[in-house]
Design a protein around this ligand. Structure first.
Ligand SMILES: CC(C)(COP(=O)(O)OP(=O)(O)OC[C@H]1O[C@@H](n2cnc3c(N)ncnc32)[C@H](O)[C@@H]1OP(=O)(O)O)[C@@H](O)C(=O)NCCC(=O)NCCS
Length: 179
C-alpha cells in the first residue's frame, strides 16, 4: 500500500464530497468523538469496544501501516467513517487481510463504504493479498448486506462465538471475498 496515494476526494450519491486519508496520530480526539457518535447498540456488536477511549489510544499508539491500514473519511473537519484493513505479514494468513468499518448513520447508504472497499481491494491486490475476510455479527444487517453487495460470501458461522457488552452470546459470521 502507498499512503502517499492519499488524500483522495470522493463524491457520495447525494453529492457530498468527502476526503479519505490514512489515520494519523493527531486524529485521536476526533476519532474518539466519532466513535462516541455511533449508535451504542451497534458498537456493542463490533469486535473492539471502540467507545472506550483506551482502545482508540492503543490504536493510535500502535499505528503501523504494515500491520493495520486505517482509512478515515472526513466531511471537512468531522470524521464520518472509518475502515481498517488488518494484515498478518507472517504466518499462514499472510495471503489474507481482515476488513472492518463503520459509517456515521447520517452518511449511510450513499456509497461511502462501497467506495472505501474499492480502495481497500486495490491496496490489498497491490500487496499480493488474495482473500479479504470480514467478521460480522448477524445482528448487523447492513454490514451483511454490504459484504454481499461487494462480493463477500458467507464462509462459516461460529455458533455462540460472540459475547456482547451486555453479556449476550451471538453467532459470528465469517465472510470471505476472493480477489
Ligand atoms: C455497514 C456499514 C459500514 C455500511 O456503510 P454504508 O456507507 O452505508 O454502505 P454503502 O452505502 O456503501 O452500501 C450499503 C449497501 O448495503 C446494502 N444495504 C444496506 N441496507 C440494506 C437493507 N436494509 N436491505 C438490503 N440491502 C441493504 C445495499 O446494497 C447498499 O448498497 P446500494 O445502496 O448501492 O444498494 C454501515 O451501515 C455501518 O456503519 N453499520 C454499523 C457498523 C457495522 O456493522 N460495521 C461492520 C462491521 S464489520
Amino acid at each position: 500500500m502507498n499512503p502517499n496515494d492519499f488524500p483522495k476526494t470522493v463524491k457520495l450519491k447525494d453529492g457530498t464530497q468527502l476526503v479519505i486519508r490514512p489515520l494519523l496520530k493527531e486524529d485521536e480526539k476526533k476519532l474518539c468523538e466519532y466513535f462516541l457518535r455511533l449508535p451504542a447498540k451497534e458498537v456493542s456488536r463490533l469486535k473492539d469496544d471502540i467507545s472506550n477511549p483506551k482502545v482508540v489510544e492503543k490504536m493510535i499508539y500502535d499505528l503501523d501501516y504494515d500491520v493495520a491500514f486505517p482509512l478515515i473519511a472526513f466531511d471537512e473537519d468531522l470524521i464520518v467513517g472509518s475502515a481498517t484493513i488488518k494484515f498478518n505479514p507472517i504466518g499462514w494468513t499472510k495471503h489474507q487481510a481482515e476488513i472492518r468499518g463503520t459509517v456515521h448513520p447520517d452518511y449511510r447508504e450513499k456509497g461511502l463504504s462501497t467506495c472505501i472497499i474499492d480502495m481497500i481491494v486495490e491496496i490489498s491486490k497491490s500487496m499480493g493479498i488474495v482473500q479479504l475476510t470480514a467478521e460480522v455479527s448477524p445482528a448487523l444487517d447492513e454490514a451483511y448486506f454490504l459484504c454481499e453487495k461487494v462480493g463477500f460470501k458467507e464462509a462459516a458461522v461460529l455458533k455462540n462465538f460472540i459475547k456482547d457488552q451486555e453479556g449476550n452470546y451471538e453467532d459470528l459470521v465469517i465472510m470471505i471475498k476472493e480477489l
